[in-house]
Design a protein around this ligand. Structure first.
Ligand SMILES: Nc1ncnc2c1ncn2[C@@H]1O[C@H](COP(=O)(O)OP(=O)(O)OP(=O)(O)O)[C@@H](O)[C@H]1O
Ligand SMILES: [Mg+2]
Length: 368
């Protein structure tokens, strides 16, 4: 097993540059997830690692060796796609064994390796079936079996779960995580689903328009987004972002939004009068007037009930805002709410122009 290193990687199709010189180091055994909106360059980046796409500039190394000109089959990587593309006329066993047969492995070795993989993946009862006789999740597992038996240095996944229904996706997500724990294989996983990224990743790489916006552990990105893009991408629902202006007063720092002032932590790096974006996570807003909070008057548009939680869709002045509230089994009182409270310690401030964070990061440890 071994790591992957991307140095100043550029990809251009003719004159159109779609990846703009990204740097990324995936450590040995690490599970790194590339996440970002459609078209931001995730698949292109993954395909460059696999060797399926030529790189326009920069270096890619696997296990310390530059592989820019190494053919895909000689890179020792295995890729699992969204369309698992199984051979319909072959049994599950033969589908998993396919790569080993091509490599002319011995019969004994193939039997043993396929059996191990099918045990790990829960496919042993289905080895004689054809793909058409399997569920979507089982087919996806066969595709993973094909990758596992090759014992690659690096696993590459491109949205492997996006063809599955919601329930199966959650189940397979947990299975992939357990599989990674068992095999400890270096993995790069592409998704546009931030929940998948949060639950699977050791580290998340947030991409946007061919650039990397931020790299960090799921909790780092959740608690300390580097900019408004990451704040608006990570979290479900994402962080509320409200336009306002800084006011320095004798008692400390505040942000004014229309007629409301909201207290800020003192270690926020801002100028008096500066235009900022106030970031407040929906789950950090409280419904009760606790110490260290600032009141915000809202007008409620909609209460969305999720069961243990409810989402309050509201307007704060002209700006949209979402509050996540515990229901404790009751929702009637939620439709009466007209004031919510922003916790001073947990709000974030971003520069309105650059979008960059101005707040000091929360220290890690207690939050991870
Ligand atoms: N062969 C190609 N020729 C020209 N442009 C391409 C080609 N392949 C991809 N692109 C462009 O490169 C950009 C990145 O594409 P890519 O497939 O990497 O996006 P993605 O992040 O994987 O998106 P999605 O979530 O939709 O899969 C897109 O703007 C796409 O239109
Ligand atoms: Mg893609």
């Amino acid at each position: 097993m071994s790591g992957v290193k991307l140095e100043k990687i550029v990809k251009a199709y003719g004159r159109l540059e779609v990846v703009h010189g990204i740097d990324l180091e995936v450590k040995e055994k690490e599970f790194v997830v590339l996440v970002g909106p459609s078209g931001c360059g995730k698949s292109t980046t993954l395909r460059m690692i696999a060797g399926l796409e030529e790189i326009s500039a920069g270096d890619i190394s696997i296990d310390g060796r530059v592989v820019n000109r190494v053919a895909p089959k000689d890179r020792d990587v295995a890729m699992v796609f969204q369309n698992y593309a199984l051979y319909p006329h072959l049994s599950v066993f033969e589908n998993i064994a396919f790569g080993l047969r091509i490599r002319k492995e011995s019969k004994g070795h193939i039997e043993k390796t396929v059996k191990e993989a099918s045990d790990i993946l829960g496919l042993t009862p289905y080895l004689d079936r054809k793909p058409a006789e399997l569920s979507g999740g089982q087919r996806q597992r066969v595709a993973m079996g094909r990758a596992i038996v090759r014992r690659p240095k690096v696993f590459l996944f491109d949205e492997p779960l996006s063809n599955l229904d919601a329930k199966l996706r959650t189940q397979m997500r947990a299975e992939i995580k357990q599989l990674h724990r068992r095999l400890g294989a270096t993995s790069v996983y592409v998704t546009h689903d931030q929940v998948e990224a949060m639950t699977l990743a050791d580290r998340i790489v947030v991409m946007n328009d061919g650039n990397i916006e931020q790299i960090g552990s799921p909790m780092e990105l959740f608690m300390n987004p580097a900019n408004t893009f990451v704040a608006g991408f990570i979290g479900s629902p994402p962080m509320n972002q409200l336009q306002g202006n800084i006011e320095k007063v004798s008692s400390g720092l505040q942000v004014r939004i229309n007629d409301t002032v909201i207290d800020l932590p003192n270690n926020t790096n801002v100028e008096d009068g500066q235009s900022v974006v106030l970031g407040i996570r929906p789950e950090h807003i409280s419904l009760s007037n606790n110490e260290g909070t600032s009141a915000m008057s809202i007008s409620l548009n909609l209460v969305e009930t999720l069961g243990s939680e409810a989402l309050l869709h509201a307007k704060f002045g002209e700006q949209d805002m979402i509050v996540k509230a515990e229901t404790n089994g009751q929702i009637d009182h939620l439709s009466e709410i007209s004031t919510v409270y922003a916790p001073t310690d947990l709000v974030k401030v971003f520069d309105a122009k650059s979008g960059l964070v101005l707040s000091e990061p929360f220290s890690q440890g207690s939050n991870t």
